[in-house]
Design a protein. Structure first.
Lengths: 463, 463
């Protein structure tokens, strides 16, 4: 192993970049011990050196000259920490072209351009590391790629956006509206001024695309992942769900079908806080398709993910050998994310990352992974909430439509009308397992009923 | 990288060995893909080839000849899966002497003889891998050693014994006595006929010793780790704790002191299911001592570990950069444990394990790690339950003794006496933070009070 120092160039010195600089500057001894060689900050490339930074960068390290920094012969790794997909992509490709390894926390970039970036890296025999790109300080990339390497992953369910989970926790525990919970999150620094990418499911979809590449070899582009955010969530549905024993969480989910036969569909895995199965024989069936989506999902209060509060991230991975394992921690923030970037730098210094990269062949064109299954074919239980006229025959009409689509009902709760006698009445129906396509067909018909006041609201039920 | 097959010898073919054999035999294609080269089962060494096995081993692979198996030039790794510390130690040392890497699931062996085994491995430049030794299918060894490598771990709190957690869950949720819950665990295969090592805290202490070596470089021998099991737990205390908002869990815990100054002691970390801290500046103080123990602990119902049910294992790790991360999954069982052994085999085939081993210098004599702090000096809150005569002045006597030791009281609940008027009455006191030594001194005096019917019961309170 080389004992030459590993030279690092940081591109970007905002929250995450500042955190990484802090670790490299303040914990040099510790890093050298853990990496078996010094890990040295060579340059910090920024657009405006005069701007205030979260950490004091020694004179001479700050520069605006990207090209000089990444062609420095004593630099071995370029950490791209500026975010976005245009400049960041150029930085990454230029760094690889200059023969440097790349570490990035940029899920959007990987989701959009993973194939191009990884091909470029393989061409020059350099490595791209990205532990910080998904779930901040939670080491889910290593878990999927290394710790569970003997398994075929059969499902992933993740709370991958801390902002959304913080808002949902506020709505559930304090009875806040979405607006009020968002305002609180913004005040406390858990949500950006423009929270769109966090709350509409886009950020979680980018992260899911990255996880799906590792677990299933599928190169799903973000626009291929159906998503529904939390920005339209009505407190009434959080309340009704809770009365039925469920917590609503924004989940990024992937499930494989157990078979490609036409009569079998992908079903949501059943699992919650009971003991792991002792069934020790897992059928090694052919797994070929995977369904991916981001959406609010009703989880039993006792489900492991239902209990994840605030800005935490958490991921449950189902492996065919190990069963269900859970990884939880801070999904964002300066030092948690920087901790993951630093772990990648240590892996590069030790030489582990190079071994992993060569074998994993991520985003490789020749690797035939799973294909993405249309959401229509996924089987799930559904929560359906209507606002209907308080009139005889409404329930009969609605349940007839569901029956016509072969959807059977698990429970029905008709809530009391408000003060005024002619206000619409909330009607909540939870179905048994049904194919999403059939459920949506029924929904279309229900929404055309004259007694249905506003379009029906529906969410998947996670058991 | 070599594309030569990695040859594997299994020693032991019980539950875990059988699971590993199953993976190697039934998932050869998958392993070859993930490892970049074939991983081939060369021999399965057993004492009695005629005994029934959990998996059919092809003729010719089963052997009783250990020496021939581990000197096979086409064998590169010996997986020791027999357990125990005498024969297993000889197998491991012989394998290393024969120039083979070793994979083991044997926490007792590592805890007892880690220094000797790792020195032997370094001498012959071979590797010892042991992901399966702690928490079965939960990848806590990689998490501590690689994913969190940039952090100084400041505390570990783990549910490391699934049998105990299964029994505690039965006691808490079904109101069972220890005996009845144990019988159920035995009936369902979650407890051995002789459950001593699981329920008395020994197994968890072995695992804690292994984790403490990785996180703190401390070579704590198992007998140095204070332990209290669940076998003496009274259902009454589970009930009283629950009424106060706590769940009792058998925890293996390690905390560092933040300073070596005489006026500072090691305090239990405060942490539970609220949002991760946004505080982004972690003081890099000198961490020199670590306290270790295994004991039933009262955790708030909302604490992450309080919610771990059944035979699961879970570990919360506090890192100075990342904050709190949680790892949870099946802590035992054939395929979960075999999944971790197989991950080690893949790491050896890829070449990662060799890099990690060279840098980590585990159980190395020249590495000065933390020193073990006597439990007496650890500060904690305490739950104290007495059975006292229902007589005036009792509470005054008890609280005076606590006050004399500078222990202040957080809450007191005196429970109703039973039917007979002269039965002793349960008196429950929860203290604020106090030094364990002072608390124990008070306890001695309390037990000598004439009104105290049986020795006081006490547990740490985890917040």
């Amino acid at each position: 192993m080389s004992s030459e120092p590993l030279g690092v160039v940081l591109v970007g010195c905002g929250t995450v970049g500042g955190g990484v600089a802090k670790i490299l500057l303040e914990h040099a001894d510790r890093l050298a011990r853990r990496a078996g060689r010094p890990v040295v900050l060579r340059r910090v490339v920024v657009r405006d050196p005069s701007r205030a930074r979260p950490v004091a960068i020694p004179a001479g390290l700050l520069t605006t000259d990207l090209t000089a920094a990444i062609t420095d012969p004593a630099a071995h790794v370029v950490a791209e920490l500026i975010g976005g997909t245009s400049v960041a992509k150029k930085v990454v490709l230029d760094a690889l072209a200059a023969g440097k390894h790349v570490v990035t926390a940029n899920k959007a970039l990987l989701a959009e351009a993973g194939t191009e970036i990884f091909e470029a890296a393989r061409k020059v025999e350099r490595v791209v590391c990205f532990e910080a790109a998904v779930a901040g300080g939670v080491p889910i990339i290593r878990a999927l790629g290394e710790s569970l390497a003997a398994n075929q992953v059969t499902a992933i369910q993740g709370i991958l956006n801390g902002t959304s989970n913080f808002i949902l926790t506020g709505m559930a525990e304090k009875g806040l509206t979405y607006r009020a919970a968002l305002a609180e999150a913004q005040r406390l620094g858990y949500a950006e001024a423009d929270p769109t990418l966090d709350v509409d499911g886009s950020d979680a979809a980018h992260k899911l695309a990255v996880l799906a590449q590792i677990a299933f070899g599928v190169a799903a582009r973000p626009h291929q992942i159906e998503r529904q955010g939390i920005d339209t969530l009505d407190p009434m549905d959080i309340r009704f769900a809770s009365e039925l024993g469920y917590t609503i969480k924004l989940l990024a989910e992937a499930w494989t079908s157990e078979s490609t036969q036409a009569d079998r569909s992908t079903s949501r895995p059943v699992g919650n806080g009971s003991s792991p199965s002792r069934s020790e024989d897992v059928a090694s069936s052919e797994l070929k398709t995977v369904a991916l989506h981001v959406a609010p999902v009703l989880l039993r209060h006792t489900d492991l993910l239902a209990q994840v509060r605030g800005a935490y991230n958490a991921i449950v991975v189902h492996g065919d050998l190990v069963g269900e394992t859970l990884y939880q921690g801070p999904g964002a923030g300066m030092m948690p994310t920087a901790s993951s970037v630093a772990a990648d730098l240590i892996d590069l210094a030790v030489g582990r990352a190079q071994r992993t990269f060569a074998v994993a062949r991520l985003w490789a064109k020749e690797c035939k992974g799973f294909t993405v299954e249309p959401t229509e074919r996924v089987r799930s239980r559904f929560y359906l909430r209507l606002l209907v006229a308080d009139r005889p025959g409404v329930l009969a009409d609605v349940t007839r439509i569901l029956a016509d689509e072969q959807i059977s009902i698990s429970s029905v709760v008709q809530h009391e009308a408000g003060e005024g006698g002619d206000q619409p009445v909330p009607l909540v129906i939870v179905t048994h397992y049904a194919q999403t396509g059939r459920f949506r067909a029924a929904l279309g018909k229900i929404n055309r009923l004259a007694v249905v006041a506003v379009p029906a609201v529906f969410y998947s039920v996670g058991d």
